[in-house]
Write a protein that binds this ligand. Structure first.
Ligand code: FMN
Length: 469
């Protein structure tokens, strides 16, 4: 299923949530942020006990080093005065790398299926080490430039985080002037930059939105806020209550000194305009007051991280959320296709049918393939047995050419005897005798250019996609 549970550091992430998503056929992430390596190891072990499915671990990449004290001193003073008046406690600014080395050691010793990195790109040595341990490396990017850097470092997959996303922006280098590009725009920009697989993240709370990012070139979506009301999530009651409202979100550095999206509240309104770039120093300054506010259920002072679509989050078991997203995405894709189906030009359609038979019987694959769109999806019960793809489905003309080349080598006498042509809306079904005289029907869905965009072959007496010839 094309659903990845976003790592949700700071409370919502639990081993139970990660395992439930993986058990439902998605990919669950254990968030390493703010944990010691020891606690992370324990959580990963718990998640492993709860699922046989794949798991990801997400680690914060360290920043450039301590911020200059002069950059944040005035803000800390301001918070100090405010905290005294409000009767709340704040902490001391300090720098830290969130246990980077120890967490890398853990990834090497207990490798998850996927190790993902946010807030920066690990260097090629780190990527090699994670690969050597047997894990894939995913890097979250917020621009085409970061995508190029991650590709150069050896990342296997890029998580493309749009400006809609809840929680911290993943930018390699938080700067005041960085744009927060929306997800569809960013996906298009990154898709044009790199051939790496992409996972889209930010504001995806419905199957239709999942379908939209799949259409825009993503393999899957990394979804956070939509899972935060699941019973398996560790989201606090005050945060749950805020998610269920339609209060808008905003980007702010007020809580941590790093840009993050959360539901607007009093703390954000009072301090946002004064907050500088200083992460993690300011994270440590506000940590005690946020902890106290969480304990007291005071949503005015909590960092209510949430994506722009938080009011669409539903309270349901994580497995139900995964299944619903995947099912609704399928329906949305079908509906979108149906909306753009145009009646076929009958002459073009008949010409296609005539040429298709002639080209096949001449074994002229170039001519056959001239009738297919580049991104055609083709399924046949023979695909798996001829070793092309275990799913029985092939995507793209190049893969289709390779498959048919093998098929023609295997059946040098292949000849099609037409029986009937059945015309439908945007589709034609060809009924013929094919391979070894077997009865066959092939449904060809055509686009407005009369190019085949989807084809499904059916054979007499074969039921499974792994049928042996
Ligand atoms: C509460 C919360 C915590 C998050 N923690 C992390 C994290 O630890 N690591 C990370 O890479 N992304 C983190 N994110 C960002 C997510 O990976 C993802 O980009 C975001 O949730 C997508 O937007 P959505 O919440 O609208 O689905 C967090 C997001 C939220 C809401």
């Amino acid at each position: 299923m094309p659903v990845v549970l976003a790592p949700l550091a700071g409370g919502p992430s639990t081993p139970e949530l990660a395992a439930a998503v993986s058990n439902a056929g998605g990919l669950g992430f254990v968030a390493a942020g703010y944990l010691t390596a020891e606690d992370l190891g324990a959580r990963l072990a718990t998640a492993r006990r709860l699922t046989d499915g794949p798991l990801g671990v997400n680690v914060f990449a360290p920043g450039r080093g301590p911020a200059d004290r002069s950059a944040y001193a005035a803000y800390v003073e301001r918070l100090g005065r405010w905290a005294e008046q409000a009767g709340v406690e704040i902490g001391e600014p300090r720098y830290g790398d969130d246990g980077w080395d120890a967490k890398l050691d853990l990834l090497a010793e207990q490798p998850p299926e996927v190790a993902s990195f946010t807030f920066g790109c690990p260097d090629a040595r780190v990527v090699d080490r994670v690969h050597a341990a047997g894990a894939e490396v995913w890097v979250t990017v917020t621009s085409a430039d970061e995508a190029r850097q991650a590709e150069r470092a050896g990342a296997d997959t890029l998580v493309v985080q749009g400006g809609e996303a809840g929680g911290h922006r993943a930018s390699f280098d938080d700067r005041p002037d960085l744009p927060a590009v929306g997800l569809l725009s960013l996906l298009s920009l990154v898709r044009a930059t790199t051939p790496l697989p992409l996972v889209a993240s930010g504001g995806i709370a419905t199957g239709a939105a999942l379908a939209a990012v799949l259409t825009a070139g993503a393999r899957a979506a990394q979804i956070g806020t939509a899972f935060m009301l699941a019973p398996e999530a560790g989201t606090t009651p005050a945060h749950r209550a805020a998610l269920a409202t339609s209060e808008p979100t905003a980007l702010t550095r007020a809580f941590t000194g790093r840009l993050a999206r959360g539901i607007r509240n009093r703390f954000m309104a009072e301090h946002d305009a004064h907050a500088p770039v200083a992460y993690p120093e300011l994270h440590y300054v506000t940590a005690p007051l946020r902890r106290q506010a969480r304990e007291q259920g005071n949503a005015d002072l909590i960092n209510l991280w949430a994506g722009e679509t938080h009011e669409l989050a539903r309270e349901a078991p994580a497995a139900d959320i995964v299944r619903r997203l995947a099912d609704d995405a399928e329906s949305a894709l079908r509906a979108a296709r149906a909306r753009r189906t145009t009646p076929l030009d009958p002459a073009a359609c008949r010409a296609l049918v005539a040429d298709w038979y002639e080209a096949w019987n001449a074994h002229d694959l170039d001519r056959v393939l001239s009738h297919y769109a580049d991104d055609v999806v083709f399924s046949s019960p023979f695909i798996a047995s001829l070793g092309s793809d275990a799913t029985g489905t092939i995507v793209g003309k190049a893969a289709l050419r390779a498959y048919w080349t093998r098929a023609l080598e295997r059946f040098p006498d292949l000849h099609f005897e037409p029986i009937a042509e059945l015309y439908g809306v945007g589709a034609v079904t060809l009924h013929y005798r094919g391979v070894e005289g077997m009865l066959a029907a092939e449904v060809l869905e055509l686009d407005r250019r009369a190019l085949v965009v989807r084809a499904a072959a059916h054979y007499e007496g074969l039921a499974s996609p792994t049928a042996e010839l």
